[in-house]
Design a binder for this molecule. Sequence first.
Ligand code: DX5
Ligand code: ZN
Length: 222
Amino acid sequence: MGQNIISMRLIAPSILAANFNKLGDAIEMINQSEADYVHCDVMDGVFVPNISFGIPIVQDIHKISQKPLDVHLMIVNPERYIQDFFRAGASVITVHYETCPHLHRTIQQISDLGIKASVCLNPHTPVALLEDIIEELDMVLLMSVNPGFGGQKFIENTYSKVVALKEMILRKNSNALIEVDGGVNFEVGKKLYDSGADILVVGSFVFGSDHPAETIAALKRL
Ligand code: DX5
Ligand code: ZN
């Protein structure tokens, strides 16, 4: 694992792990913290076996968030809703590779709105499939658990995917940042940064800790 690989070391707390009765408090905590994004997990019960929240909630979060919204769409036909999530205040929109037969067009649709366009790969989807689109991407999100639920165990194979993706990004002269999502804690986070990950999504490890803002600060200094 290369210790001299450049990594942005950014943190995107996932509000999926927050207490939804106190969502405002969670956003306020994130505002006061060193977090770089608010990660919003949108699930449709079709692409993934869970339903979370949609456009109105993202809109309400945007009204009080001082951090940019990183919207992760775990939904089929995401191209139908890109405009809606843009209007709701998304700064980054991530679509899943597995849901986009016309991925290039969908990415173009996001980029044309002037926000960051990102593709997510499920744990079984090889990084090599991004070879012909990597130059168009602002970010790649690697799932390090199967999407649908917070609190799952990190899949170790993700480290080598980060390394392979970083190699592709450098070789292709792409500006894409690498984000990793699922099962991140201090130990995993350190290894991910050292492998070349730029942004870590962290849900239960932040919201389950006694002092979430301090945990976020510590994650940035791994
Ligand atoms: C899973 C979501 C993740 C999840 C991460 O489908 O995409 O963003 O909230 O949660 P933890 O950090 O608890 O694995
Ligand atoms: Zn996510």
